[in-house]
Design a protein around this ligand. Sequence first.
Ligand code: HEC
Length: 145
Amino acid sequence: MTPEDFKERFRSLKLMITALIVVFTMVLGFVGLLIYDPNFFEERNTELSEILAEGTDETGFVEGDFKMLVVANCTACHSAKLVTQNRASKEGWKNMIRWMQETQNLWDLGENEEKILQYLSTHYAPQDQGRRVGLKVEKWYQLED
Ligand code: HEC
């Protein structure tokens, strides 16, 4: 084998390896595309928010005395979710209301304050805090092969 032959072989070997790498990358990319489901996270989020909203109606609050007072006074500046994702005692809710009154221009709730506090501390009390029950998984996502 002359040095020329050797060079020639080496060159074709290099070419083959490069081609292999290119094909390998393409196959990987294709498999990735097949596996990747763009709706995966979206569907999951919808399910999660449905579970979180359990027991609430279209106002975003659970049924109870003075609910509509809370809807009227507590959803003007932010969503119901911001309220219902919190849990607190009556005192804790009062503090949040005071904080909003002092810093966020929440109005004086007058005689409604007591009723609003009663609703919140009854239905969004601290004992509901902590981990929720495990998610009920009705549909597992199977990666197609
Ligand atoms: C005048 C506007 C306004 C009204 C009305 C209002 N809030 Fe708020 N509230 C705010 C703002 C602004 C924030 C801060 C939002 C943020 O951080 O993105 C907030 C935040 C909150 C938070 C989250 C606090 C935290 O630490 O995460 C809770 C809970 C809350 N409000 C409850 C209520 C309740 C209950 C009512 C009804 C009594 C109410 N809000 C009415 C303006 C208001």
